[in-house]
Design a protein. Structure first.
Length: 326
């Protein structure tokens, strides 16, 4: 099978690309390299392209036809929540516009399989602790709204011209499948704590008075390699006539901020003394994925627990730090 992976040079995309290559698929990556790195794409063909520009449709279509692409995994998107608040129209242009161009090119080139990398951000702040795909989406920031609008576009394409598609709503992604594919950005709790360790600072806890077991927020952490496997499971599921579906990707278990920091202390061999500061606006006390649907329909289950996630992330972080010193 020949697969186009948009954003395949990024953190998650590089894992999807490597797994596809390892199982023998032909892979072509489209990435603008704004946050990704060409070295992460391995032997996949790399096309450097901003998929959100007007001329991208023709370039994407040409890439599909030149490489005999059978299916698309669409991961290319901007994902900084704060940035999306400051630049909402640009986020719409990048995330919604980019997906629009991919869908137009796919239809023109007769590619009828697509896995869309969405986000649990579409749920916003639900007043329940475990979130199923039937929970009403209510995103609270422009980033989440671009993801929800993208889901609607994919579903509309499925209804209009027979696109076989699945949207993956993943929760808190961390870890590294290989030491050279660690998360390069400090955008989540794990990598933010790593950055604080590097600067000799105390890890921060934003509020410890939530109605949880230790007072800190609880989230569902999924290993990036498990997430990449979920993309491939969805891709294989779409090989035959399938009903369009949304799937949560998580473990179904939650871990508190303190538990994550304790796991980082164990993995790093450091003594960490967190400092509690004021709550951040928009943080629900607990958000955990209901993963029954993806288990039943795709046969996918997360294989990695929190200690393994953190240890793999720390190993990759150490490799990155060593490379910076050289």
């Amino acid at each position: 099978m020949a697969v186009l992976v948009t954003g395949g040079a990024g953190y998650i995309g590089a894992h999807v690309t490597r797994l596809l290559l390892e199982r023998g698929d032909d892979v072509v990556v489209i990435d603008d390299l704004s946050t990704g790195a060409a070295a992460r794409t391995g032997r996949a063909r790399l096309v450097t392209l901003d998929i959100a520009v007007d001329a991208a449709v023709a370039a994407i279509e040409r890439t599909i036809l030149d490489n005999g692409v059978d299916a698309i995994v669409h991961l290319a998107a901007k994902k900084r929540v704060g940035e999306s608040v400051d630049r909402p129209t640009w986020y719409a242009q990048q995330n919604v516009g980019g997906l629009t161009n991919v869908l137009v090119a796919a239809q023109r080139a007769n590619v009828d399989r697509l896995v869309f990398s969405s986000s649990a951000a579409v749920y916003g702040m639900p007043d329940i602790t475990t979130v199923a795909e039937t929970t009403q989406p209510n995103p609270i920031n422009p980033y989440g709204r671009t993801k929800l609008f993208g889901e609607w576009m994919v579903e509309d394409a499925a209804n209009a011209w027979g696109l076989r598609a699945a949207n993956l709503r993943y929760f808190n992604v961390a870890g590294a499948g290989w030491p050279d594919l660690g998360d390069p950005a400090a955008l989540n709790l794990v990598t933010m704590v790593f950055e604080q360790i590097d600067r000799g600072e105390h890890p921060l806890i934003f509020g410890d008075d939530y109605p949880t077991s230790d007072g800190t927020c609880i989230r569902d952490y999924v290993h990036v390699l498990d997430l990449a496997q979920a993309h491939i499971a969805a891709l294989d599921y779409l090989s035959g006539p399938r009903e369009f579906m949304n799937f949560n990707v998580g473990t179904g278990f939650g871990h508190s901020v303190r538990e994550v920091i304790d796991a980082i202390a164990t993995a790093s061999g450091r003594t960490l003394e967190p400092v509690v500061v004021a709550r951040r606006a928009g943080d629900p006390p607990q958000l955990v994925a209901d993963v029954a649907r993806i288990h039943e329909v795709l046969g996918w289950r997360a294989e990695h627990s929190l200690p393994g996630i953190i240890q793999s992330a720390w190993t990759a972080h150490l490799r990155t730090m060593e490379e910076r010193v050289r």
